[in-house]
Write a protein that binds this ligand. Structure first.
Ligand code: BG6
Length: 491
């Protein structure tokens, strides 16, 4: 799949996301031969971003972040296709220049007016940039002769209301089908594999329901703290940062019905139905936990507490950990708890989804022989050690009938010689091709906020529970599961 000749315009091209993810993704696509002839990158950012030339910034970024082997000749050819336009977002001249550059490239590079605008910028700048694109006619395909797409990064709103406003703002300028909202978790190989696992096999779907499933646990643990994003993080917290988007998307992929095809409308419609069926615990105070990390040790290194992080107010009540027991009100999932947890400064980085099956209705064994037998489990390891693990009981070799849990382990690294593209590489390619399947639509985003808003309202003004950096969250989180006779899986 190679896109039509086109331009990728990156607003905020000198920023963190662009350097870490977008420029390397473009290099990897070039290296794999997936970019069309005449492809150009137009970077747009303030002129005072630092020392050195844009070329040297892009070179350093690509070299550092590339997944594919480095090839000077590939970089050489690609870098000739990089343009840089310095300007701030209220600088009309800079936007006029951008429009003129795209016009000129239409003829010179044969991009036929096709362009994708990537908003790698803070949401507060969205209105300004959208106005500029509107003013200059750059967003209007009828004026430019080719397609025009916009790529918007999260956070997509702060709550339901602001998400609706933002959607309207973007839809006023771009045709709704041309808006690509990035949730980079959907670009991960292991997340896309959920659909293959469920719908390409006959083994799993028959037991994928409340008759056989006891509960589902979704974990996103990070060993890192908040890094250099204090201002953003303190205003958001764990639930807004990743629960609203990545984790609810994972939940939707696990719980949705089979789409009639992988057509974007079909997949999005099925995910939306699940998001609409999500219920919060009747009592949010016992069915959810918020935490904040204290100083501690992570992987042998000392970590400061959240309140000692640079630029975090000493009185902050923002959560760095959140756990909630969700339900899904439909026939397939009635009564099955979906425990979802996310945290910073956990003992290690791991994202996984564990389906815990009900125990066998009868065990014709001596109880002492099955003491080490837990729930059968299917675990989708999103990252790291990507793969799928099936845990079930097996007879321990020997003369007794002792049964113990063992694991059947599928690891990408062993099963495939093919390498996975990085999430952004896959998603940038999909934008250029125009494939919307992996991009949540406006309705999904808004519906996800409807889940988060009542949680946030119930949490407002409460102090989060403390946990030490390097621990699996606050004790209250274990207690929440213990009250229901369950424990968190050791991820
Ligand atoms: C981002 C969050 O969306 O995802 C970050 O804003 C988080 O807080 C990051 O660290 C994790 O992404 P990944 O791909 O490293 O799991």
């Amino acid at each position: 799949r190679i896109p039509e000749p086109c331009a990728l315009v990156i607003f905020g091209v000198t920023g963190d996301l662009s350097r870490k993810k977008l420029i390397p993704a473009v290099y990897d696509l070039a290296n794999r031969g997936l970019l069309p002839p005449g492809f150009v990158v137009v970077g747009f950012a303030r002129a005072d971003w630092g020392d050195g030339s844009f070329e040297s910034l892009a070179y350093a970024a690509a070299k550092k972040g590339a997944r594919t082997p480095w090839r000077d000749d590939v970089w050489q050819r690609l870098s000739e296709r990089f343009h840089f336009i310095p300007g701030s977002f209220d600088d009309d001249d800079a936007f006029d220049k951008l429009a003129a550059t795209l016009d000129e490239l239409k003829e010179r590079n044969g991009i036929a007016g096709n362009a994708a605008f990537y908003f790698s910028i803070p949401p507060a700048a969205f209105p300004l940039v959208l106005n500029q694109l509107n003013r200059t006619g750059m967003a209007d395909p009828s004026k430019t002769g080719g397609w025009r797409r916009v790529v918007v990064e999260k956070p997509f709103g702060h709550d339901f209301q602001s998400a609706v406003q933002l959607n309207q703002l973007v839809d006023d300028v771009f045709i709704p089908e041309d808006v690509f909202r990035i949730d980079h978790y959907l670009g991960k190989e292991t997340v896309q594999n959920i659909m293959a696992l469920r719908f390409a096999n006959s083994l799993f779907e028959p037991v994928w329901n409340s008759k056989y499933v006891d509960s589902v646990q979704i974990t996103m643990a990070e060993d890192v703290g908040i890094g250099t994003r204090a201002a953003f993080y303190d205003a958001s917290g764990a639930a807004r940062d990743v629960l609203q988007n990545h984790l609810l998307q994972l939940l939707a992929m696990i719980a949705m019905e089979e789409p009639t095809s992988f057509d974007p409308q079909e997949v999005r419609a099925e995910k939306l139905k699940v998001l609409k069926a999500i219920s919060l615990p009747p009592d949010i105070s016992t069915g959810s936990v918020r935490g904040q990390y204290l100083p501690g040790w992570v992987a042998g290194e000392r970590a400061v507490g959240y309140l000692e992080e640079p630029n975090i107010p000493a009185t902050s009540t923002t959560e760095t950990y959140a756990a909630v027991r969700l339900g899904i009100q439909n026939r397939r999932w009635a009564g099955v708890p979906f425990y979802v947890r996310v945290g910073k400064r956990m003992p290690r980085r791991v994202t996984e989804i564990a389906i815990l099956f009900k125990r066998a209705p009868h065990l014709p064994f001596d109880p002492a022989d099955v003491e080490m037998l837990g729930h059968n489990q299917l675990v989708v390891r999103v990252q790291p050690d990507e793969g799928v693990v099936l845990k079930f009981g097996s007879k321990v070799p020997g003369t007794s009938m002792e049964v113990r849990d063992i694991a059947m382990d599928f690891q990408y690294g062993e099963a495939f010689t093919e390498s996975s593209p990085e999430a952004y590489e896959r998603l940038v390619l999909d934008v250029l091709i125009g494939d919307r399947t992996l991009f949540p639509d406006a309705a999904e985003i808004e519906q996800s906020w409807r889940v988060i808003d009542p949680l946030e309202a119930a949490w407002a003004g409460q102090k989060p529970e403390p946990y030490r950096a390097g621990e699996w969250g606050p004790r209250a989180s274990d207690e929440m599961l213990a009250r229901e006779g369950r424990t968190w899986r050791r991820a």
